[in-house]
Design a protein around this ligand. Structure first.
Ligand code: PLP
Ligand code: COI
Length: 367
């Protein structure tokens, strides 16, 4: 597979001739929810086999014209990332660990037989968009500008092989709460019929196909009155893997925390990695090891398990209060956010927003 050209790309800037008027923008920013409001601009960079990455530009966000034979529409050769830009307490803007998203993007690219994008170009593209659409930060507390970098096979071709043309884009969406209810703890449904990823598959890659396959079990969870689906491993239907869009942590009464290991079937979450670091600094023992659904139920009943929380860029750190499966339901702790969930969430959010000291160099200022 071809790798990215080394040359540094410069962005052509095409300002929007008719951006959203200020009053309409302010209205959209008052309570944007998640994923429905979009900013004025987008970044586009093209790749083809002969030239590598070229034509980096930032211009008006607009529909894409695609040939009906475009490879991604047939074989789903597509990957994406999700990261947030924050307004810090002092009014400046920052990204959280964007180099980790850039690195994971290239891991996904390799798994999907796509060209890698130089990490510096990935980050530069995100910074360009945040600077251009700096007026699109939501006004509500806890709001952020969610960035969605993605790449797809743009070659019109129906043979099954890696495409020879790709497009990389970044769009931005002002974001509030990921969960509509805004409830302090979510309720999750354990899928017995469906799995998300198998060994040797694409579970560790952030590709659209993984999410397409999660929609039926996610819809089943919603129909049954829950917020999210939790997937078990594909081989034994026993080991807890992750939610449709979040990693999981289990807090025990002896101060240890368990989280499923990165064995290729779950996404290596950047929030997961950050929380492991923060928890270890608090003197807690984190065990990256397999944890079964039966053990989860038994530990919740015996009181050995104090808390469970889910984490990810979109959902930040969210307590799991209730778990349901075909075998019945159980509640975790008091059913609301536990002490450690709250503490770790506050620490992480504090670092992201500049109110807690960033001792790891995780926060990258935009200006
Ligand atoms: N697991 C899945 C399947 C996800 O989609 C996400 C979200 O990106 C995560 C975990 C959490 O990853 P991160 O913390 O990097 O956002
Ligand atoms: C994220 O947290 O960034 C995700 O990608 C999860 C979901 C919105 C797909």
């Amino acid at each position: 597979m071809a790798t990215a050209a080394d040359s540094k790309l410069t962005f052509t800037r095409l300002p929007h001739p008719a951006p959203v008027p200020e009053d309409a923008r302010e209205q959209a920013l008052a309570d944007p929810g998640f994923g429905t409001v979009f900013s004025d601009h987008m970044v586009v960079i093209d790749w083809d086999e002969g030239t590598g990455w070229h034509d980096a530009r930032i211009g008006p966000r607009e529909p894409l014209a695609l040939d009906p034979a475009t490879a991604v529409l047939h074989y789903a050769q597509e990957i994406f990332e999700g990261l947030k830009a924050y307004r810090l307490a002092d009014g400046s803007m920052a990204l959280f660990r964007p180099e980790e998203n850039a690195r994971r993007f290239n891991q996904s690219a390799r798994r999907l037989a796509m060209p890698e994008l130089p990490e510096e170009t990935f980050i530069a593209a995100c910074l360009e968009l945040v600077k251009t659409d700096r007026d699109w930060f939501p006004s509500l507390a806890g709001g952020s500008l969610y960035l969605r970098p993605f790449m797809f096979a743009s070659e019109p071709f129906l043979g099954v092989r890696p495409a020879k043309q790709y497009k990389f884009l970044v769009i931005a969406s002002p974001a509030g709460n990921y969960f509509k209810s805004g409830a302090p703890a979510v309720s999750i449904w354990v899928s017995s019929d469906y799995t998300r990823a198998a060994p040797g598959g694409t579970g560790a890659a952030k590709c659209g196909g993984n999410y397409a396959a999660s929609l039926v079990p996610q819809a089943e969870a919603i129909e049954r009155g829950h917020d999210q689906v939790v997937f078990l491993d594909a081989a034994e239907h026993k080991w807890i893997e992750e939610l449709g869009g979040m990693n999981l942590f289990f807090v025990m009464d002896d101060g240890t925390i368990i989280t499923p290991p990165l064995g290729g079937t779950i996404l290596p979450g950047i929030t997961r990695n950050s929380l492991i670091t923060l928890a270890r600094e608090e003197g807690l023992t984190i065990r990256e090891e397999r944890y079964s659904i039966d053990q989860w139920r038994d530990d919740a009943a015996s009181g050995r398990l104090l808390e469970t929380f889910a984490c990810g860029t979109a959902a930040v750190v969210t307590a799991v209060g209730r778990v349901a499966s075909r075998d019945g339901e159980f509640t975790i702790g008091s059913g609301g956010p536990g002490q450690l969930t709250t503490k770790l969430r506050e620490k992480l959010v504090g670092i992201q927003r500049g109110t807690v000291e960033d001792t790891h160099g995780w926060v990258q200022r935009v200006d």
